[in-house]
Ligand binder design. Structure first.
Ligand code: DX5
Ligand code: ZN
Length: 216
């Protein structure tokens, strides 16, 4: 299976959302990564439902929604109605993670869990069979354009071992500072999906950059 590429719209031109989403529709991108930040779980606020609905209106690809918010349960249904096909919540934000995952899956969509850089992979050992996706954060969440934390490569390998030991079908996604230098290392370690924001949108030809990442 080739690597899934999920460009982060956090780095798009918000004055030209339709143009950028259409560029992604016509590119090798597989999913569109939607970063939702609440200013509480992370020290930044990104955008909310009206903006996500505008993205969904123009998108022909699945929306991969990354919730960096406290108490995500109260908004799951609204995110599903806004077009989410994958919803990932943070381990650190969910005291009743099993319930939250079942809640997401009850809408017939995929459920993921994200781990902050300091959160060990083994904490997923009693939930991994329930997950469609594990998101390894390779920056501290809250901002695009940060430097890749290379310890994430080791965590990807640990996640792969855990998935295999439990016969889980979860995909491994990596998010933060991903570029063409670290992508091969992440893929060798077992990553199935790569999120990239600034590396794609700040490049001279975003569509070509997606193609390059896809062909690694
Ligand atoms: C960080 C977000 C990322 C971010 C990635 O909190 O979760 O998805 O947009 O952006 P880059 O690729 O620029 O690090
Ligand atoms: Zn993200």
């Amino acid at each position: 299976m080739s690597t899934i590429i999920s460009p982060s719209l956090l780095a798009c031109d918000f004055g030209n959302i339709q143009r950028d989403v259409e560029m992604l529709n016509n590119s090798a991108a597989d999913w569109l990564h939607i970063d939702i930040m609440d200013g509480v779980f992370v020290p930044n606020i990104s955008f909310g439902f009206p903006v996500m609905e505008a993205m969904n209106k123009h998108s022909k690809k699945p929306l991969d929604v990354h919730l960096m918010i406290v108490n995500p349960d109260q908004y799951i249904e609204t995110f599903v109605k806004a077009g989410a096909e994958i919803i990932t919540v943070h381990y650190e934000a969910c005291p009743h993670l099993h319930r939250t995952i079942q809640h997401i899956k009850s809408f017939g969509i995929k459920a993921g869990v994200a781990l902050n850089p300091h959160t060990p992979v083994h904490l997923l050992e009693n939930i991994i069979e329930e997950l469609d996706l594990v998101l390894i954060m390779s920056v501290n969440p809250g901002f695009g354009g940060q430097k890749f934390i290379s310890h994430a490569i080791k965590k990807v390998a640990e996640t792969k071992t855990l998935i295999q030991s439990k016969n889980s079908n979860a995909l491994i996604e990596v998010d933060g500072g991903v570029n063409s230098e670290n992508a091969p290392l992440l893929i060798s370690a077992g990553a199935n999906a790569l999120v990239a924001g600034s590396f794609i949108f700040n490049s001279p030809n975003p569509s070509e950059t997606i193609e390059k990442l896809k062909s690694i």
